[in-house]
Write a protein that binds this ligand. Sequence first.
Ligand code: GAP
Length: 485
Amino acid sequence: MANDHKKFQAIISHCKEYGFIFPSSEIYDGLSAVYDYGQWGSELKKNIKDYWWKSMTQLHENIVGIDAAIFMHPTTWKASGHVDNFSDPMIDNKDSKKRYRVDHLIESFADELEAKGDTEKAKSLLEKMDKLIAASDFNGLKELIENNKIRCSVGGTSNWTDVRQFNLMFSTQLGSVTEEANEIYLRPETAQGIFVNFLNVQKTGRMKIPFGIAQIGKAFRNEIVARQFIFRMREFEQMEMQFFIRPGTQKEWYEFWKKERLKWHLSLGTEKEKYRFHDHVKLAHYADAACDIEYDFPIGFKEVEGIHSRTDFDLRNHQEYSKKKMQYFDNDLDATGKPYGNYIPYVIETSIGLDRMFLLIISNAYAEEDLSTPDKQDSRTVLKIPPILAPVKLGILPLVRKDGLPEIARQIMDDCKNAFRCFYEEKDTIGKRYRRMDAIGTPFCITVDHQTKEDNTVTIRYRDSMKQERIPIHTIKSIVDKQIS
Ligand code: GAP
């Protein structure tokens, strides 16, 4: 799909206007690439987490969850390779002093070429860049930027420094200043909390390989070019799962998890054409195979989740650095009838960014609809969020603020609010209230009117079709429950 920056800008404004996402510390003019989730954003985010958590842990008998600390022993990051390898090539513009991640600078230029219809040149540029990054050829990268006359977006010049490596981890100090200072890092991925607890969980949970450990939590990266709203943030959340397997079986489990994860995405009703796999050419320091699940965001196809075959890299290195055995005894029998015995397991990882999943859901749900009739111009902005993820499931609206209708509506609210998130509203015309519920993605609204007093029925209105029908009050709960479970 061609980039739809207008739609992307409209989504950003919508998220702010309807209490989904605010710039962090906005009264102080915000903090670059850091965001706060508002009243409806936090509900949607929690629902995405619950949906992932349930599908990983409750629906897979051999996967359990943990919640490890963000702070970890500093040696963790030596062992994981992040101290030495978690860096990106960057370049500074000498005139504007603006710093760029080299790949992002070149990618933006390629986007511009593509927008001008020069697709072949854009493709060839990105291929050259991938090769140079894979070879860590920094001089070659600088030449590529200069030869293509890529300019700084701030000052407009192409007066560049050399390309250098920049570590993305945030560091801080543990303990008071008077005590011996101890430099520690804010975790750049949640995965290491799983690796260091591998044996704790395996032993206390009596887990047998293959098994997985899942975790949801914050991660921090000092992204150089943090842009595109919540797509690239400095503080974000990951939902990761490490699946521990017998060495030699990684190819089949890698394929299994690719399929399984795509199935999970499609279970939310998104069209298959909006997804694609992208195999990595340049592999991270820990992987022997890796791909991204990409989604067709309004800003183009972009990564939302990574599937990585991480070999035994992490456990082996933790064993070496900690001097504690990270081995598993496998008493299953091999083809010769002998137990597989002791080994360090291999790992397949699935790692999805919660904030990117949030952006995916909103992007997929956002629609501006023209509802004009020959007599009247009309339109609405609606979020067609899957009901199971919607921040509010049921809007409860008395038609007028009198004649005992609010009392009946309040009674319905009391009956339903324990089962799912409801929202009661009696201000403004019913049409305006429907539009507000559409804008936050509420899949069902019920209206209490004068007929309700006569026959105990209400009108239920469906968000997507806008169809309305009369139903008995006692069926409301089961109708909504059926749609959200
Ligand atoms: N443990 C493996 C790992 O962290 P990754 O590909 O660097 O792999 C996994 O990150 C996912 O985390 C990405 O697919 C993306 O959804 C999300 N992610 C990574 N960096 C992010 C950032 N700066 N802002 C928002 N989400 C990010």
